[in-house]
Design a protein around this ligand. Structure first.
Ligand code: 9MJ
Length: 671
């Protein structure tokens, strides 16, 4: 009985492994997922739980074994059975003509030679060794003869199969390629580094290399690494005749190959390919630093041989560099849509990879101080794809005498409100949220949005139009808009204009939590707005509270307290709030003390269609009385409020014996 059970489980493990491998391949190699993530996670957890109970069924190449290995104290070295090659460089068309001539002379060939042209990825070369189809070692290039064993790290790259695809697999298959980071992944990783107050990487190459050379593979697992393969190393099977067939074979084994690669004829074919790719360089999802041309015929390759460790049959035709040197003429401060103050270097114009650069971001004050960029400095700037150019570093030897450290301003350069840096945050922000011209559009969009003041018909596009036409400059101006002004806007009908005026009129009647939320104070979300309203009971009391008092509110920590305090300290913000109150915005008075709350501590679930209230309104009314409104029924539920057509929540409440109320009963409770 026990053995049959184990046999069946082994079968299930095999099935799950196969499915997970297949979906990994669809997702990470083909970029064509065929099941939703939750389904993948479900399969994964099922496998994990079987393996946890029956460790004897867990193999080293199980999809669950990609992460979780213990950190190493050092990398072991790996001897490459066949050396990992390096490439000679070419910088001009002439160099390519010479390359082709050398080849034709040596081959004694009169016809044009066939080449494979491959984008040259700027990452880290790696060799993957599969024995009996299973990944056994992944090693870096090192000096070409000896590399480092980074198997555990490479296993975290989901595009690398732990088991080769196909049936007829030679006992030894070594596949070589480049581990790299896509431009978008790199930008995201660096953004996260900045947010964690950690040093960003200078470029995707460093990010990829740094991630792969982690002794703790759990860190590597969090880094978005990609791989494209381009060669076989040690191989016990029969090689095809041509390099482009080798690439097809690699794909058949389940590894990704760069989709841009083409077989071309002669120098002309090579240069054409080079120019095509150079034109679309900025649109590629990854950085490349040139094109590699490889003689296609493997027989010709072996005839040509090597000079030292570089093959005579291949060359790297380099692209213009993505980093250049220039001077900083000024450092300006830009204010973003959310009030973040970003230092920007104004540069002496310089050509970088075919584009003139005049500005580069310095990210934030920490980065600026870390790099110590000063006006007058010579700096290295870099651009890639559609990413904002950045200052990579200062060439300190070229720093002129009497430069001064740059100091961030204490006030917003746009609206002159206080610029604050909250402890633990990297950014400095303008605190004039409601007033600042740089933040105007975002502030108004937020104010009008559904969960804030819920002004129907006032969408993002219309807000932009109203600001661009100078009809409003702050949120309070919305309430003095005239029908004629709105109706005269492009693409606005008379009826819609009237609807908007009506919606604005209706919007004046709101609740204090909504109003507070709509002011867009940093980190004051709906929940915090509600607790603040319940605690203080009036806007006035919140606006006058000091940081200490604010912190005595549940869920309000020092950072939020500081944001709230600074917001109401700004005369500009207070003026706009007063303008809103003068325009007639009002809300019902809130009773404060918990003792007076009729539903304090009760958990309530709403179901079905309500007649009298909008669901959100009733939710707020209940919350104002201290109730917690939950989305699902459980034993902890105190009441279920049922409208018409209640669903399964109603049945569940019945089966659990929970008290069910209709609308009039809840009204009676609240009265
Ligand atoms: C890169 N880096 O993309 C080679 N490479 O071939 C391509 N590198 C290479 N091929 C032999 N596409 C040695 C290096």
């Amino acid at each position: 009985m026990a053995t049959t059970n184990l046999k069946q489980l082994q079968q299930r493990v095999d099935e799950l492994t196969q499915q997970l491998e297949y979906h990994n391949y669809r997702y990470y190699v083909l970029d064509e997922p065929s099941i939703p993530d939750v389904e993948y996670d479900r399969l994964f957890r099922e496998l994990q739980s079987i393996e946890a109970e029956y460790p004897q069924l867990r193999s080293a190449s199980s999809p669950t074994q990609r992460v979780g290995a213990a950190p190493l104290s050092e990398f072991k070295s790996v001897q490459h059975v066949l050396p990992m090659l390096s490439l000679a460089n070419a910088f001009s068309k002439d160099d390519i003509h010479d390359f082709q001539k050398r080849i034709q002379d040596r081959l004694d060939e009169v016809n044009e030679v066939e080449f494979v042209a491959e984008p040259k990825l700027d990452g880290l070369a790696i060799s993957l060794r599969y024995e009996k189809g299973l990944l056994v070692t992944a090693a870096t290039r090192g000096d070409g003869t000896t590399g480092e064993d980074v198997t555990q790290n490479v296993k975290t790259i989901k595009a690398v199969p732990l088991r080769l695809h196909g049936d007829d697999i030679p006992s030894v298959v070594e596949i070589r390629g480049e581990v790299f980071m896509r431009t978008k992944d790199f930008a995201r990783l660096n953004q996260a580094q900045l947010e964690k107050d950690e040093k960003p990487f200078a470029n995707p190459r460093n990010a990829a290399a740094g991630s792969l050379r982690q002794l703790d593979s759990n860190i590597t697992a969090t880094r978005p690494l990609s791989i494209y393969c381009y060669a076989l190393g040690d191989y016990s099977g029969t090689l095809p005749e041509k390099h482009d067939e080798v690439l097809k074979l690699i794909q058949h084994y389940g590894l990704p190959v760069c989709p841009e690669i083409k077989t071309v004829i002669g120098v002309k074919g090579c240069i054409n390919f080079y120019e095509n790719i150079l034109r679309k360089r900025d649109q590629l999802a990854y950085e490349i630093d040139g094109i590699v041309y490889k003689v296609n015929s493997l027989q010709q390759q072996s005839q040509l041989g090597f000079v030292s460790r570089a093959p005579r049959w291949a060359i790297a035709h380099k692209f213009p560099a993505q980093e250049e040197m220039t001077q900083v003429e000024a450092i300006d401060i830009q204010v973003g849509r959310t009030g973040a103050l970003t230092p920007v270097a104004r540069l002496k114009p310089v050509q970088v990879a075919g584009v003139t650069i005049t500005n580069a971001t310095l990210h934030n004050d920490d980065e600026l101080q870390r790099k110590d960029v000063r006006v007058g400095d010579t700096v290295i700037v870099r651009r890639a794809g559609d990413v904002i150019p950045e200052v990579v570093s200062v060439v300190k030897e070229k720093r002129p005498a009497n430069t001064r450290k740059f100091v961030m301003p204490t006030h917003c350069p746009v609206c002159h409100s206080l610029a604050e840096r909250i402890e633990g945050e990297a950014v400095i922000r303008c605190s004039g949220g409601l007033f600042c011209e740089a933040q105007r559009k975002e502030a108004i969009k937020h104010f009008a949005s559904r969960r804030a003041m819920d002004i129907e018909g006032l969408g993002d596009k219309l807000v932009e139009q109203l600001v661009d036409e100078n009809l409003i400059s702050d949120v309070a101006d919305l309430f003095s808009l005239k029908w004629e002004q709105v109706a005269a806007l492009d693409r606005m009908g008379e009826k819609s204009a009237q609807n908007l005026i009506n919606a604005l009129q209706q919007g004046k009647s709101t609740t204090l939590p909504r109003f507070l939320f709509s002011l867009g104070i940093r980190e004051v979300g709906e929940a915090t707005a509600r607790t603040l309203a319940m605690f203080f009971g009036s806007l006035h009391a919140i606006a006058l509270a000091d940081v200490e008092t604010l912190q005595s509110v549940r869920d309000v920590g020092p950072v939020v307290a500081q944001h709230i305090h600074t917001f109401f300290q700004q005369a500009h913000n207070r003026e706009v709030v007063q303008k809103l109150l003068d325009a007639g915005i009002h809300w019902p008075v809130i009773e404060v003390s918990a003792k007076q709350q009729k539903l304090n501590g009760k958990t309530i679930v709403l179901t079905g269609t309500l007649e009298k209230y909008k669901r959100q309104e009733l939710k707020e009314l209940l919350q104002a009385q201290g109730a917690k409104v939950s989305g699902s029924v459980s034993k902890k539920t105190d009441y279920v409020i049922a409208g018409t057509d209640p669903g399964s929540k109603y049945e569940k409440a019945q089966s659990l014996g929970i008290e069910i109320l209709n609308e009039s009963q809840i009204e009676a409770l609240l009265a």
